[in-house]
Design a protein around this ligand. Structure first.
Ligand SMILES: Cc1ncc(COP(=O)(O)O)c(C=O)c1O
Length: 386
């Protein structure tokens, strides 16, 4: 079978391949601790699950969801952004529900890039950005995220001739995989820069509600002029403990959103209607659970930061996300080789930094997706082999 050439440099999602390996190891009786996948052991509060289950009993909710107006969900999303960030939006034109934010952030490239167009992509980054540019036939111009810059892009270091040719730039704070956070000041500079070079800003903000130590993640859309130049993706996955719901959204520039809706009108039929009902309940309901949940992640973070320190690996405690981005132990150069060796020897899976890009080499990512006792067990196993 002859497949399209664009697949020659295209890699499948690592999580899918790893799941097969970890399942096989478990079937062989190994006590695997999977600190790879960013899908924590938490579930949406009961009232939201009940809203979902009740809505399933209504026979009219089992048709193509796009036959129903998604306006109530769009209004709930718009209302949430106004309440959280003071960002006002027109729910009809400036909001689009998605089948998880991954749906939109993959398709957005087809919407913004013609073959040969440049996309400025952070390195390291969430792998779907790279995959999306490749599928659209675009050219990836990596923007290094370096420790000395707090893992923020150095906009001044982007050559003006490259910036002028670029069609889009990705930003993602709180960041996966580095767990770095952005301040409002960074977004002011970004919006100025994007207006100057006429580059669309695509902000990916699914960790907006996973913050600690008094830090509250801003939205890129809070900056005046942001909506003229960009959009923001967000999702119920991490904020509402609902990774499996596949319910996300994009909010911001109406022309980009209208282009993306056109593409999606062919690729799917919208979110399963009971999930829309549950998402409205979640977005408009009480959010008290988030504080408790974040305290839990903070405790896990501290256990792992201390555990790594005991192994001789120094990391700063991040203010956002449920990830720890740690340097490789001294003397280790190849993150992929080392992570597979760790998996083989102690049945703990952590993700090699090189999987997120060239500038991710030298690091590995730990997801705080298990209770403290399992995380301590993983750290003890690690200590033994180091
Ligand atoms: C940075 C980033 N963006 C987007 C997503 C996708 O989230 P969703 O579940 O909304 O598709 C993830 C999931 O891990 C992520 O880490």
């Amino acid at each position: 079978m002859k497949l399209a050439r664009r697949l020659d440099t295209f890699e499948g999602y690592l999580g899918t391949a790893m799941n097969l390996i970890l399942t096989r190891m478990r079937s062989e009786g190994k006590d695997v601790i999977n600190l790879g996948l960013g899908d924590p052991d938490v579930e949406p509060p009961e009232q939201f699950r009940k809203a979902l289950s009740d809505a399933c009993y209504d026979p009219k909710n089992h048709h193509y969801p796009s036959f129903y107006s998604p306006l109530p969900l769009k209004k709930a999303i718009s209302g949430w952004y106004e309440k959280q960030y003071g960002v006002k939006s027109d729910p009809e034109k400036e909001v689009l529900p998605l089948l998880g934010s991954a749906d939109g952030l993959f398709h957005i490239h087809t919407c913004l890039l013609d073959p040969g167009d440049i996309a400025l992509v952070p390195d390291p980054c969430y792998p779907a950005y790279v995959a999306g540019v490749k599928i659209a036939g675009g050219i990836i111009e990596p923007v290094p995220l370096l420790k000395e810059n707090g893992f923020l892009p150095d906009l001044e270091a982007i050559k003006p001739e490259t910036a002028r040719k670029a069609r889009m730039i990705w930003v993602n704070y709180p960041n996966n995989p580095t767990s770095a956070h952005a301040t409002g000041d960074f977004y002011y500079r970004l919006v100025d820069w994007a207006h100057k070079y006429e580059v669309a800003v695509i902000s990916d903000n699914p960790y907006s509600e996973i913050c600690f130590d008094g830090y509250c993640a801003p939205s890129f859309l809070q900056v005046d002029g942001a909506k003229e130049i960009g959009i923001e993706f967000n999702s119920l996955s991490k904020a509402f403990n609902a990774c499996g719901w596949r319910t996300g959204f994009v909010i911001g520039n109406h022309e980009i959103i209208s282009g993306l809706s056109k593409i999606k009108s062919h690729s799917d039929r919208g979110i399963f209607y009971p999930l829309q009902v549950a998402a409205i309940a979640a977005l408009t309901g009480s959010h008290e659970f988030m504080e408790r949940r974040n305290l839990m992640f903070r405790e896990r973070r501290d256990v792992v930061v201390q555990g790594l320190k005991d192994c001789g690996i120094e990391v700063e405690a991040p203010k956002g996300t449920f990830y720890i981005w740690a340097p490789l132990p001294s003397g280790v150069a190849d993150s992929k080789e080392w992570c597979f060796k760790v998996l083989d020897k102690i049945s703990v899976w952590v993700i090699p930094g090189s999987m997120y890009g060239r500038y991710g080499e030298g690091y590995f990512r730990i997801a705080l997706t298990h209770p403290v006792d399992r995380l301590s067990e993983a750290m003890n196993r690690l200590k033994k082999i180091l």
